[in-house]
Structure formats: C-alpha cells, structure tokens
Design a protein around this ligand. Structure first.
Ligand code: NAD
Length: 278
C-alpha cells in the first residue's frame, strides 16, 4: 500500500501509524506519507498538482483533512453516496486512472456508535456542532436509527442548513435547528447528546452543551479525542451516563479507509491498539 494524508498542520496525526502497523501485521509492505501542504517543499503547490504527482508515483489513495475535504471534490471523477450526501471527502481511492471520493468519517462515527452505544435509546438526539465533522455525524446518527435530531450551533444558519440537508438525504429522520440547547429540558429531553464542536479540545477547554441538560438516563458521545476524556464526558460520567469518546470515530474512519485502499479487511482492535499507543 502506498498512501498519504493531505492537509495542513498534520504533524501529530496518528493515521500513518495506524495504516502502517495494520499493513505490517498483515505481512504487507506499506508506505503512508504525511503530505503537509504547509511544508516548505510544497509551497505554491495546489491540490490538483498534488493529486497528479500522487497518481504518477502510483499511490493507491489519499486521506484528506482540514482544510481540503470540500475543495478536493471538483478534482474527483466520482463520489460515493455518503460523500455526496455529506458534501465532503476524507478518502480518495486512485485506481485505473480514476479518482473516487469517499467519506469514511460518516461510517467511522456510525460504527463506533453501534459498537459502543448500539443498545441505547436513540429516538431523539441533540447534536452540538454543525461544521465539517457535524455533517458526517448527523448523517451517521440518522443511519443508526435516530428519528429526531435537534441541532445546536452558535452559527444558527449552519444548524438550519444541516437540518435541511439531513432531512432531505435521510427522510426517516426529522432534523431541526435549535436556538438554545437548554430548550430541550423536561419532557422534551433527548435520549443522547453528541458533541461535534471543538469545545473540550486541550486548546479549547469547556463544553458546548449546558451541564444542566445532562441527566443520568442519557448517553453522551464526544468526537473530540485530544484529550480523550473531555470535560463533557467527565461531567456525564459523574452523573452516571454511558459515554463514548472520540477515539472510536478516529479509528473506524481509518479502518474503512484501509479497506478501500487495499481491498483487505482491517482489524479494528489492532488499529485501536496502535491509536492508543501514541
Ligand atoms: P468546524 O470548525 O468545521 O465546525 C465546528 C462547529 O462547531 C462550527 O459550526 C461552530 O460554529 C460550532 N461551535 C463552536 N463552538 C460552539 C459552541 N460553544 N456551541 C455550539 N456550537 C459551537 O470543525 P470540525 O471539522 O467539524 O471539527 C470539530 C471537532 O471535531 C474538532 O475538535 C475535531 O478535532 C473533531 N473531529 C474529530 C474526528 C474524529 O475522528 N474523532 C473527526 C473530525 C473532527
């Protein structure tokens, strides 16, 4: 496997380690390169030039991260259904001269959710954050059986756009923007909460969800994974909620990308062990 991660400021990514260790465990040779567009050797290089050189070098595929997940779309030949629904691509398979875009963030969150919280009630869920990751998470929640999705974002237009997008793409789910998360108290309380804002990251401490909303019967998931135990998860755990950290989404998006690049099944437990070892 020859693959790479395209983005900016990606020096600390755990993705190359997960792919290379998984390939090695399967007895396969693998090179996974960090293709940091901020690196001096790529100064002035655009995405199309990078894609052309990856193809010329025989890359099987690329992972794509901030800030290119949308910008890359017009440069691709085809999109998977999930990538088209979300409107963002985080994995590109390069095969037979064609560029196929996928969104494995969606499947990554869905798989993490099914394994970690699959038995929990999920009729009504509150999603905080309607940005790049929030779009994938919203579709994943719909795929996991959420019937009512309340979307809260400080950018109210974004929340409204995402609600309309999910309802159009996943008609079984009724999504609506929410002006104030505390509006969901009392009998309208959701079964679970997902944080897809950057709040809780080491560099952005705090919580996007008001603590007053969190009740012991709820489950709470975070997609932030640095740190793994965010303030939100810690408050929820202390109240007796079932919690799901962001590492699962990060691992499973890589599991699916590995399978797309190589055509071989990946071992999620092994990839998680590599992720945890960093
Ligand atoms: P983004 O900037 O595209 O979107 C963040 C959204 O959150 C924005 O719409 C913003 O308005 C909203 N927001 C910020 N603070 C808020 C608050 N206090 N209340 C309500 N809304 C608020 O970012 P993104 O790419 O969607 O990433 C969000 C987080 O998800 C990041 O911390 C990132 O590290 C994490 N992430 C994790 C995974 C994973 O695999 N676990 C994958 C992608 C992103």
């Amino acid at each position: 496997m020859l693959a790479g991660l395209v983005g900016r400021g990606i020096a600390l990514s755990r993705t190359p380690g997960m792919h290379m260790a998984e390939a090695a465990a399967q007895g396969q040779g693998a090179v996974y390169r960090l293709l940091d567009m901020d690196a001096p050797e790529r100064r002035g290089m655009d995405l199309e030039a990078l894609l052309r050189s990856a193809e010329a070098c025989g890359f099987d595929g690329l992972n794509v991260t901030y800030p290119y997940k949308i910008e890359i779309i017009p440069l691709l030949d085809e999109l998977s259904d999930n990538a088209r629904a979300v409107g963002a691509v985080n994995t590109v398979v390069l095969r037979d001269g064609r560029r196929m875009g996928h969104n494995t963030d969606l499947w990554g969150f869905a798989e993490s959710f099914r394994r970690g919280l699959g038995a929990e009630a999920c009729e009504h869920v509150l999603l905080a954050g309607a940005g790049g990751a929030g779009v994938a998470v919203a579709h994943a929640l719909a795929d996991c059986g959420v019937r009512r999705l309340s979307i809260f974002d400080t950018d109210t237009d974004r929340a409204a756009r995402l609600a309309a997008q999910v309802t159009a793409n996943r008609p079984g789910t009724n999504a609506a923007p929410l002006a104030d998360a505390l509006g969901l108290g009392g009998r309208d309380r959701p079964d679970g909460i997902v944080n897809a804002t950057p709040m809780g990251m080491a560099k952005l401490p705090g919580m996007a969800v008001p603590a007053a909303l969190i009740a012991p019967e709820m489950w709470v998931a975070d997609i932030v994974y640095f740190p793994l135990e965010t303030e939100l998860l810690s408050v929820a755990r202390a109240r007796g909620c079932r919690v799901l950290p962001g590492s699962g989404m990060a691992v499973f998006q890589a599991v699916r990308a590995f399978e797309l690049f190589t055509g071989r099944k990946a071992c999620p437990e092994r990839m998680r062990a590599t992720f945890d070892a960093f």
